[in-house]
Design a protein around this ligand. Structure first.
Ligand SMILES: [Zn+2]
Length: 190
């Protein structure tokens, strides 16, 4: 592709100059259709260009000549439509998904940049436990729950009585308050 493109460009330049088709292949020589670089150069020189496809260029901004000759000519190419401008994305705090309470996914939904399984593996390997805690809890979906140490089920906090209660054990004696990601709570309850 790289060398082929150079020859193709040189051939195209000679082609448009002389009004002829040029066979633009780096492998076409045995067929007899392809022009050799020497032949292309000859055509270019005949039409007032440099033999190597480079041109003397003036700057469109200053009007002064550029300090280098520029290799230029017409060429066929296919453009990828993946552009940085369409893809660049970052966010601090923002919208969350209702059921999981975690940040939304994807640029179109102004989503968060996910620390996935592999990123998590790296953080574990480095032993950065506080960073894992921050990414997976604080920056994500922290939630406070009442857990019964007796039966292991989730209870609730009664704001009127100002006490935690386990509705299975009908008591608030063995209930602890702890923090976990809301998605984690969701997993336990389903
Ligand atoms: Zn209980």
């Amino acid at each position: 592709m790289t060398v082929g493109k150079m020859i193709e460009l040189l051939g195209s330049k000679a082609g448009v100059s002389s009004g002829k088709f040029h066979y633009g292949s780096a492998f076409g020589e045995p067929s007899g259709h392809a022009d050799r670089v020497e032949a292309i150069s000859e055509t270019l020189v005949k039409h007032g260009f440099s033999y190597n496809g480079k041109d003397f260029i003036y700057s469109g901004i200053t009007g002064l000549p550029l300090q280098a000759y520029i290799f230029m000519g017409p060429i066929y190419y296919q453009k990828l439509k993946h552009m940085v401008l369409d893809k660049m994305h970052a966010r601090g705090s923002g919208p969350r998904v209702m059921i999981t309470r975690q940040p939304t996914e994807g640029r179109s939904r102004n989503g968060g940049l996910r620390v996935g399984e592999m990123e998590r593996d790296c953080l574990i390997a480095y032993g950065t436990s506080m960073l894992i805690y921050e990414r997976l809890m604080i920056s994500s979906d922290p939630f406070e729950v009442q857990v019964c140490r007796n039966c292991g089920l989730l209870g609730y906090y009664n704001h009127k009585l100002k006490t935690s209660i386990c509705s299975t054990c009908k008591t608030g004696e063995n209930v602890s308050t702890m923090k976990l990601p809301y998605a984690c709570k969701l997993l336990f309850q389903n």
